[in-house]
Unconditional design. Sequence first.
Length: 405
Amino acid sequence: MRLRSAATAVLATCFALNLLGRGMGDTYTVFLKPIEGEFGWNRSQLTSVYSVYLLVNGLLAPLVGLAFDRAGPRLVYTAGLAILGTAFVLAGSLQNLWHFYLLVGAMVGVGVSCTGMVPASALLARWYRAKLSIAIGIAFSGIGVGTVVLVPFAQYLVSGWSWRTAYHTLGALLLGAAALTGAALPWRRFAAGDPSLGPAPRRAGEAAGGWTLARALGSPVYWGLAQVFFCTATGMFAVVVQLVAFLIDAGFSPLAAATVYGLTGMLSSVSVMSSGFVAERFGYARTVTASFAGSMTGVLLLLAVLWKPSWVLVALFVPVFGLCMGVRGPIISSVCTRHFAGPRVATIYGTIYATNALGAALGSLAGGLLHDATGGYVAGCAFALGCLALAAVPFLAVPGLREFR
């Protein structure tokens, strides 16, 4: 396999596995209402299942990075898809809330972590250098494409048959993908990387002898990236996980609500894919700051929908929120893999990525609790706005991020 075609194949694989893994995890948004209707569990109980998924996804990220550094991509990716498929198949037959915590929460968290951006970023760093930001953005866009494809598909299965049939069907697809992924892809070649890439040039502030996790923990860049990831995820998931239910409660049909969610994810994939180009053209700090302004505007538009439900407001919300939603992840991944380049980059990035999933878990839970406590969505939106404001600070205040090139 030639180097260029091998690099393209690696990028396509990372894209596809992000699509399947995170896309399947995001389908929980369409299961929330039918499960609530069948069992009568309150919203905070159901959103806390999603919080468990995000929490496990985050806590496992450093271990996934370590496993990738030691065992390679075949084991990590294949195991992730198999675990995810098993969880979905079993979830379609369960009756008790703790079953959902275990399977839809914990097992899905394990599977998504093993198929997500921690192994993808480390694998792409073995094949790309000058265009690493762009490659990571393309791979990251698989998350948005997975949302736009799989969330409406899951809603179609739920509406046409039942939520149980939907889980069984999606689980079977994932198990088939696991078998194909493990057997058909040239993982040894993928793991070897591009031999023409020499050691990465040292960046300003790099620790002597190369980066280790202990050395990275002493870097302001590390903690700045962690703050951006944590606060962004907290604010976004206070809103996103309930977006379908929000629109249904506002008077839109379930399929229309799922379609809006999917379109938002599609535009997110566009922003993810283009974030590398935009950041290199206008600067990392400027791009990130503008994206936060857009996300906060999107939340304000949702508040306006509560005041006056209108397709016009929803039509404004979708591009404003969607085109900003995916910008930060690829940029943070690129900054991390370039700044902390070396044999331990997957482990370092895994710990930073963990803060993203921990923030998402907190935001998901907080959104549900605020909904139950107030009977509406205003408090959750206000909470999200505060978190997004905090997330914008590091790229404005930390020199290594403000001046990153």
